[in-house]
Write a protein that binds this ligand. Structure first.
Ligand SMILES: [Zn+2]
Length: 84
């Protein structure tokens, strides 16, 4: 096969993932308990939900995560400044 590396949303990747499972890497940390992940094989994106399950990363979830992320950042910063 000439120079064909599995890229995001590759159909071959999808087949491999449905057979062997996804290979997720953390792409963004939202809070201590919630992160976003992307599959290195097929490019699927998921996010941890508040109850710890993985859910597909839809635009709506991305919105919620960015709100959570900025809220969490502010909260963390405030805690640090209170401590020091
Ligand atoms: Zn995958």
């Amino acid at each position: 096969m000439p120079n064909a590396t599995p890229k995001a949303t590759s159909p071959i990747g999808k087949i491999v993932c449905s057979t062997f499972g996804h290979r997720f890497i953390e792409t963004q940390k939202i809070t201590n308990n919630i992160s976003e992940y992307r599959c290195t094989c097929c490019g699927d994106e998921v996010s941890e939900s508040l109850n710890g399950n993985l859910q597909p990363l839809t635009p709506k979830i991305k919105d919620i995560n960015s709100c959570l992320s900025s809220f969490f950042e502010k909260k963390t910063r405030r805690v640090y400044s209170e401590v020091s």
